[in-house]
Design a protein around this ligand. Structure first.
Ligand code: PXG
Length: 300
């Protein structure tokens, strides 16, 4: 074990770096009491913080909807993330950036909360879902919990309130599946619990629109860009569960998952149940793209 691995990771809280075991916030923080706050999950590939500015932009857009005033400007936030990654010395890592409403009383009123808490956690990169999943594909179910609609707590906002996804994840686990595909309130495909979804039909890549209440994923945007470069036609349109089950290919995209093929919906194979040619082409290009220094902010 290197000296870097032997010592505790450092966690940023409001400008200070604390060893992981001492990184604490109050039980009166409305992030804990009500899920009142916003967050981002970001990856570092070979010392480059992938799409950091895009993640910071999304964080501030989420905060705007919640009328949460982040106590620094976006450029300063970029600097603080870079500083925390550098302090930890991890060249490949996962960053969790959290801004909570802050410490208040036991009522909902956000005006009682003083200053938002800004937290930056940097963790060593875990093996990405195991290369097995990338070869074999995951099994999903259609969850009975629908994606929160756009006229409620829409997942267009990346808030700390993830119960909608957690209920679907529990249902998937209880069914022996890896993840759940959540439908929107009309019954069209929305997204997975923590990842966006694509299908391939006759060579065209299709993904649900943001109006289904999904998080506009940064990996999703990258996949659309890559498809454009590879000359693969892309459609953003509603997908029915039947279209999904009868697609030639399907896969999920997200910072945590990266790109993972879907082999089965329950016992029904998608295509032949194995990763398809369009997925493989996009994955190959994604693996180049993610380590290209032009696609992120250097930490070192
Ligand atoms: N949809 C939802 C609901 C998400 O939470 C994505 C899509 C993918 O977005 P990005 O920008 O990462 O391509 C997410 C990702 C995890 C994990 O463990 C992922 C997310 C949140 C919490 C955990 O993979 N967000």
């Amino acid at each position: 074990m290197s000296a870097q691995e032997a010592r505790e990771p450092l966690v940023y809280i409001n400008g200070e770096l604390y060893p992981k075991s001492e990184a604490k916030v109050s039980v009166f923080d409305h992030g804990l009491l009500y899920g009142d706050g916003v967050f981002e999950g970001i990856r570092v590939y070979n010392g480059i913080i992938f799409k950091l500015r895009e993640h910071i932009d999304r964080l501030y857009r989420s905060a705007k909807v919640l009328r949460l005033n982040i106590p620094m400007d976006p450029e300063k936030m970029v600097e603080e993330v870079v500083r925390t990654v550098r302090a930890n010395g991890f060249r490949d890592a996962y960053i969790r950036l959290v801004v909570t409403r802050g410490v208040g009383d036991l009522g909902l009123d956000p005006r009682k909360c003083g200053r938002p808490n800004v937290i930056i956690i940097v963790e060593h990169l875990e093996p990405i879902l195991g290369s097995g999943m990338r070869e074999k594909g995951i099994t999903v179910i259609f969850s009975s919990t629908r994606r929160d609609p756009v006229h409620a707590t829409s997942h267009e906002v990346k808030s700390l309130n993830y119960l909608n996804s957690i209920l679907a994840k529990i249902e998937a686990i209880e069914a022996g599946a890896d993840d759940a595909i959540m439908l929107d309130s009309r019954g069209f495909v929305a997204e997975a619990t923590g990842a966006n979804v694509f299908i391939v039909k006759n060579g065209t890549l299709i993904t649900p629109p943001v109006t289904t209440g999904i998080l506009p994923g940064i990996t999703r945007a990258v996949v659309i860009e890559i498809a454009g470069k590879l000359g693969i036609p892309v459609q953003e349109r509603d997908i029915t569960p039947v279209e999904f089950m009868t697609a030639d290919e399907a896969f999920v995209t997200g910072t945590g998952a990266e790109l993972v093929p879907i082999g089965f919906v329950g016992k029904v194979p998608i295509g032949d149940g194995r990763p398809g040619p369009v997925f493989r082409r996009i994955l190959e290009e994604f693996n180049r793209y993610k380590t290209d220094p032009r696609n992120g902010v250097p930490a070192f």
